[in-house]
Design a protein around this ligand. Structure first.
Ligand code: SF4
Length: 473
């Protein structure tokens, strides 16, 4: 993590007074495979690597869906390359539904990949399960978003923490395993007396401490923490983040921290991978990402992060439109339907803001978001004219007002034509009009990964071989 500390883990709220035991790495054991390979491992070599992995979910509900072609898979993760290095915290950030949690589970083989490979210490572990995965499972653990749902309610904390040791044959006796559990409780800031309690007897923060202790039971090399604080009160979130921070430093863990909250990332991550609609669109060291974000989506996410420093504050970029379906992602750059920096065609005579306004109208027409009959009803309620010309005028006034964009004359004409066709019920003709009038290279070509300072970004504006000013935002 970016912060280093010599202090013991933060105490658990209410019931725990202090981290009574601060165990060293050897205190909680070191996995056999970890010891065997540690010396040979280059510190810069990835511990875990995803190579072009995809995870699709079949959403067809039977023969009829297949027959009528409504069985497109949900492309939750699509062609992701990602590396997690020894001892680092990599944050995977994105909006809800972007695929980041699926990616986290897939990295650990908790879900099978649809395509691509996962390598742990250079070994291909793709598709391994059961006994074949067991030697690696010791090294690769997970902390879940909802701690209570992830803990067996019928087991005491002692039983929960001993169970993985029994499965993996750790400890010569029950006493030895119990002693290890005591060490783990101390390590996460819980008390020895918590050993015989059931999960429901703990607060949310304490439950998550148990979840962290369980992940540490087998002395892993890497933990994927999936939104580990999002279900907790704000006051408790900081304690759990501090705990993970301290443990990561103390045990030299690699952490893959999955979150929707960029404000959390700054305090926990060394590197950040930003995800949008199943793809990684930017990676960078955390300081570089906050100081110099390159992808328009990253910039919009960062603009929403509260800053204490007034000089660091920027105007918030509010993204237009909804996140497209991962079953039918947009062509080219998947962000092009919402991107404020979407690139105009070479012949565009207006400004970027004007093109964005016209392009947003285009996307509303293509997405059939404009309902001319609803507008006609509204006009009638206002006792105004309801003929097609009046509906078309209202569409342009409502969706591309002159106050927003003084469009070039030919662009204004195209929008008026499209609005007239919508009012006439000619939806497909309206779509053709806006598609021909407002094309963009962003919808035609998938952006390449362009190397940046310590990472990469997938945006045409950053690609020196593509058109578009990189500093337009
Ligand atoms: S490629 Fe185009 S649409 Fe995609 S992020 Fe870059 S400018 Fe925006």
């Amino acid at each position: 993590m970016s912060r280093s500390t010599d202090s013991a883990p933060a105490p658990a709220e209410t019931e725990s007074t202090s981290a009574e035991t601060t165990a060293s790495e050897t205190d909680v054991g070191t996995s056999a495979s970890g010891e065997a390979n540690a010396d040979a491992t280059d510190a810069e070599a990835p511990l875990l690597a995803a190579r072009n992995i995809s995870k699709y979910y079949d959403q067809s509900e039977g023969f009829l869906d297949d027959l009528i072609g409504d069985a497109r898979p949900v492309r939750a993760v699509d062609g992701v390359d990602l590396e997690v290095r020894r001892g680092e915290t990599l944050a995977v950030v994105g909006e809800s539904g972007c695929g980041k949690s699926t990616l986290g589970r897939t990295l650990l083989n908790l879900e099978s990949v649809t395509g691509g490979h996962i390598e742990y210490r250079g070994e291909d572990i793709t598709g391994l399960s059961g006994s074949a995965m067991q030697p690696y499972r010791r090294d690769l653990q997970m902390v879940f978003q909802d701690p209570l749902a992830s803990l067996n309610p019928r087991q005491t904390v002692g039983e929960i923490l001993k169970a993985p040791m029994e499965v993996h044959g750790i400890g010569e006796s029950d006493e030895e395993r119990t002693e290890r559990v005591r060490e783990l409780l101390g390590l996460v800031g819980l008390k020895e007396g918590h050993l015989d309690r059931y999960p429901r007897q703990f607060s949310g923060g304490q439950q998550q401490r148990v979840g962290v202790a369980r992940a540490l039971t087998l002395s892993p090399e890497l933990i994927v923490a999936d939104e580990p604080v999002s279900a907790l009160d704000v006051s408790v979130q900081a304690q759990i983040l501090d705990l993970l921070d301290d443990l990561q430093t103390e045990l030299d863990l690699a952490l893959c921290f999955v979150t929707h909250d960029l404000s959390v990332v700054r305090h926990v991550a060394d590197r950040v991978a930003v995800m949008y609609l199943g793809e990684i669109i930017e990676t960078a060291p955390v300081e570089e990402l906050f100081a110099n974000p390159r992808h328009p989506y990253t910039k919009s996410l960062l603009s929403a992060v509260p800053r204490i420093d007034p000089a660091a504050r920027t105007d918030r970029t509010v993204l237009e439109g909804t996140v497209p379906s991962p079953a039918d992602p947009p062509s080219g750059c998947r962000f092009h339907t919402r991107c404020p920096a979407v690139i105009p065609p070479a012949e565009w005579a207006g400004t970027q803001a004007e093109f964005k306004s016209a392009f947003t109208f285009r996307n509303r027409v293509l997405g059939e978001e404009i309902d001319p009959e609803a507008i006609r009803t509204r006009l009638s309620a206002e006792s105004a004219a309801t003929d097609n010309d009046a509906v078309a005028t209202r569409i342009t006034e409502r969706f591309v007002p002159d106050t927003d964009a003084q469009l070039p004359a030919n662009a204004r004409k195209a929008i008026e034509n499209a609005a007239a066709r919508l009012a006439n019920g000619e939806t497909e003709a309206a779509k053709t009009t806006v598609t021909e009038a407002f094309p963009s290279p962003c919808e035609d070509e998938t952006p390449r990964d362009t190397p940046t300072e310590g990472g990469h970004v997938a945006c045409h504006r950053v690609d020196p071989e593509m058109p578009g000013d990189p500093d337009v935002l």
